[in-house]
Design a protein around this ligand. Structure first.
Ligand SMILES: [Zn+2]
Length: 119
């Protein structure tokens, strides 16, 4: 199989990665459009970045995304107590091991698709 025959496959993988990256970004309170294009342009790399990135935090009062160490919400100006993380809710936290597990699984899948397509 020549390299040109594989082009639609690469394109398909890139589109799948773009959609998956955007979906993960949405769940983590990150830029959906940004991660869609990152996935589209960098394919598996973008997806791995999306999987391994830190979860965004959301403000309990206005439900907008805030930085993990923020002391004041940039959207509604509510002050967060330093000790309490209650005011900033971590959505659907996935621990690091699990995220790396997903990343490895996806890489294995892509390698398998590539291997199968070259036979
Ligand atoms: Zn807020």
């Amino acid at each position: 199989m020549g390299i040109y025959n594989l082009m639609p496959l690469y394109l398909l993988i890139a589109i799948i990665c773009a959609i998956a990256s955007a979906g993960i970004a949405a769940r983590k309170e990150r830029s959906v459009v940004g991660y869609f294009f990152l996935g589209l342009l960098t394919s598996v790399i973008g997806l791995v970045i999306a999987l391994t990135m830190e979860h965004g935090w959301i403000c309990k009062y206005c439900k907008e995304g805030v930085k993990k160490d923020a002391l004041i919400c940039p959207h509604c100006r509510k002050e967060f107590k330093v000790e309490s993380a209650e005011e900033r809710i971590l959505r659907e936290e996935i621990d690091r091991d699990k995220r790396i597990g997903y990343a490895v699984l996806i890489i294995a899948l892509i390698v398998f698709i590539y291997w199968a397509s070259t036979r």
